[in-house]
Ligand binder design. Structure first.
Ligand SMILES: Cc1cc2nc3c(=O)[nH]c(=O)nc-3n(C[C@H](O)[C@H](O)[C@H](O)COP(=O)(O)OP(=O)(O)OC[C@H]3O[C@@H](n4cnc5c(N)ncnc54)[C@H](O)[C@@H]3O)c2cc1C
Length: 389
């Protein structure tokens, strides 16, 4: 058993994957998570795990078979619609389906991913209801770190890993850099129990995703494995748009109608219908990002993985995959230290260099996706990518 004391802040995909990879290599760690218990909040929609991304990390974690139980290859099926309603690409149509060998990015509901990772950990690994406020150097134990939580304090860690997402408190130990508004806000609309209440929407979306991209606007509909659909209505608007636009988001039924009338009136009837039909819940989301290629000065015993390190918008669909590969690389670096704390600073430096070089490439691609998707040629650009894949 390793003598290095490791704290992981945040029990999302990054933190839980890292914990699993360490544990199967006999390295103990504790995950501190702000949620009060497992699944105490919605975990989000569906994500596709790439062969060289999330799937690779799960393979090293010995969880491929478990992943296959929940994986939904049919979630990869894509439909693309122009803003005026013309369907320009549809893999649901007979004869259009991709050959099986290309189906290497199965979707998984985020809830199921969370569940399979949590179940793989030793009991007690995750300490719930621990909201980190800040990390600080120990004044009594040089080279070690203390964690201040809202209601308690934990002391004497050799390594603190910030897997605490977009608004990371661990990041604040390393840098003043905060995420900034990406220029896009998405209104997330839910349709639950589609087999009973939303059959039309289910037929329109098809087996996987149905996307529309146009100048300043996008609609992304995604089917989940739990008989529900998420529809994201994205608009390129100023940061204060949610507050200033005159739509009362606390009144979802009127808000959806006003959203459609004011921002999607010229769209095809099916697209408008999708926004109106997904009427079970409405969640407005501003999209934030860290600067492309952002780096911080490496620290001896504090590092970041996942969104905490390189938050991007979802417009290239890579965030979870990067987060899980970060965990794989960091676990490999820690394992390579053989329990010798003196080797940790060098291992962190090398890990961060690799992680941030990779993240920069994907951040550039994601930024291109953000600009491209919300342009007049957004659909054409996506069509070229789909034909090429
Ligand atoms: C609408 C949307 C759609 C997306 N779609 C995709 C997709 O299709 N494919 C894809 O690859 N990615 C997608 N992403 C991105 C993906 O969700 C993230 O990149 C991924 O969740 C990052 O994982 P993480 O573990 O780093 O952070 P998170 O998932 O954010 O997990 C962070 C964890 O830390 C906890 N935490 C936060 N603060 C504290 C604190 N102070 N103390 C203790 N715990 C704390 C949180 O409760 C959470 O459990 C999408 C994102 C959004 C918003």
């Amino acid at each position: 058993m390793s003598s290095i004391r490791i704290a992981i802040i945040g029990g999302g995909p990054a933190g839980l994957t890292l914990a699993r990879l360490l544990q199967i290599n006999n390295i103990s760690c504790t995950v501190f998570e702000l949620d009060t218990e497992a699944f105490s909040r919605d975990q989000g929609g569906t994500v596709d795990l790439h062969a060289r991304g999330g799937q690779l990390a799960l393979k090293h974690a010995g969880l491929t078979d478990e992943f296959k139980k929940y994986a939904r290859p049919e979630g990869e099926v894509m439909k693309l619609v122009k803003f005026d309603g013309r369907v320009v690409f549809d893999e649901n149509m007979e004869g259009n389906a991709r050959p099986e060998q290309y189906a290497d990015r199965p979707e998984i509901d985020r809830m199921n991913l969370q569940q399979l990772l949590l179940q793989s950990l030793k009991p007690g690994t995750v300490v719930w209801a621990k909201k980190l406020q800040f990390v600080e150097n120990s004044s009594t134990d040089p080279g070690r770190y203390n964690l201040q939580f809202e209601d308690s304090r934990e002391e004497g860690f050799d390594l603190v890993v910030g897997a605490d997402g977009a608004w990371s408190k661990v990041r604040s130990y390393l840098t003043d850099q905060q995420p900034y508004y990406s220029g896009v806000t998405a209104i997330e609309l839910w349709a639950t129990h589609f087999n009973k209440k939303h059959q039309w929407l289910s037929d329109f979306v098809g087996a996987g995703s149905c996307f529309m991209f146009a100048e300043g606007r996008a609609i992304q509909c995604q089917k989940l494995g739990n008989n529900s659909i998420r529809v994201y209505a994205g608009v390129r608007q100023p940061e204060s748009w949610l507050e200033d636009c005159g739509i009362d988001w606390s009144e979802p039924d009127t808000a959806r109608k006003e959203l459609v009338e004011q921002y999607y009136a010229d769209c095809g009837d099916d697209l408008k219908g999708a926004l109106l039909d997904a009427n079970d819940k409405l969640v407005p989301r501003k999209m934030w990002m860290l600067p492309v290629g952002y780096r911080w000065k490496s620290d001896a015993g504090v590092t970041l993985i996942g969104d905490a390190a390189h938050l991007m918008t979802p417009y290239a669909g890579v965030g979870v995959n990067l987060a899980m590969v970060d965990s794989l690389d960091l676990a490999t670096a820690i394992i390579g230290c053989d329990g010798d704390g003196a080797k940790i600073p060098g291992a962190i430096r090398a890990f961060e260099d690799k992680m941030l070089t990779r993240a920069e490439q994907f951040a550039k691609r994601t930024y291109k996706g953000l600009i491209g998707h919300f342009s007049a040629d957004g659909c054409e650009e996506m069509l070229e990518r789909l034909k090429g894949r």
